[in-house]
Design a protein around this ligand. Structure first.
Ligand code: ZN
Length: 260
């Protein structure tokens, strides 16, 4: 990915900000006008200004630009999620967040929780390196925020409470695939802003394939149990990320009315 442009100030502008931040130790995104309101960086061991944290913040700022635009085209105002970067464990309105859980979004407090060690794992254990692979993970969590704003998350959790476990898992898969598709929609806009480089989309697709339930189950228990899927198979995750990436349209992300 090109790290330069996401704040709309051009590469020169952001490079100056990054240089400024390198010299002063201040966060360039804060300097650029508080793009991340209420940013809540509660790292326990990783420094808040390491390149990894900076990268995540730049991606998040870019998702804000994209979703801000999409919402305003629908005469709505986008209220972005709050970012919480952590290592090891952190408290959330959804309970204790631990690194072992991977990144997550908590609908109760509208916060995206990202543990920095996950990105290393993505790279080393899941074999999905590349900046866009990381960006996809951030954009997927933001996708859950969008679902919370649109009411999809509430409807899914109400339906899950009424239904049985298998039905609940199936709904969860549809919700996760929609978040993948929304991540793709962001990727579409990022590409239009010339933020992607050749090979970036492939990095994201490789990451989506690496974290499919079938692949993970095969790795951890040596067999695949489709009824217990909660996020979708590798093929499904790739398919929905691709739909978003290629169309850039929310309407193409209707995983709920698509027969599977
Ligand atoms: Zn998810």
């Amino acid at each position: 990915m090109r790290m330069g442009l996401p704040l709309g100030g051009g590469i020169g502008g952001i490079l100056l900000l990054l240089l400024y931040s390198a010299l002063t130790g201040q966060n360039p995104i804060d300097l650029a006008g508080g793009v991340i309101p209420g940013e809540d960086v509660s790292t326990t061991s990783a420094p808040a200004n390491d390149p990894q944290s900076q990268f995540i913040k730049v991606v998040l700022a870019d998702t804000e630009e994209t979703w801000g635009q999409i919402f305003s085209e629908r005469n709505a105002t986008y209220a972005p999620p709050v970012l919480v970067l952590f290592s090891d464990a952190t408290q959330s309105a959804c309970g204790l967040g631990q690194s072992a859980m991977g990144p997550f979004y908590c609908p109760a407090d509208h916060k995206v929780y990202l543990d920095l060690s996950f990105f290393q794992e993505l790279d080393q254990r899941f074999g999905a390196p590349g900046e866009f692979a990381r960006a996809y993970v951030v954009a997927h969590e933001v996708g859950h925020h969008i679902q919370t704003l649109t009411g999809v998350s509430d409807r899914v959790s109400a339906a899950r409470q009424r239904g049985d476990r298998a039905g609940g898992n199936a709904l969860s898969v549809r919700q996760e695939l929609q978040a993948d598709c929304y991540a793709g929609v962001w990727g579409y806009y990022a590409a239009r802003r010339d933020l992607l480089e050749p090979g970036d989309a492939e990095d994201g697709l490789r990451a989506a394939a690496a974290i499919g339930d079938d692949r993970l189950q095969q790795q951890s228990q040596g067999r695949v149990v489709p009824e217990s899927f909660t996020h979708g198979s590798s093929a499904q995750r790739v398919e929905w990320l691709k739909r978003g990436l290629e169309s850039g349209r929310l309407e193409s992300c209707d995983t709920f009315s698509t027969a599977r």
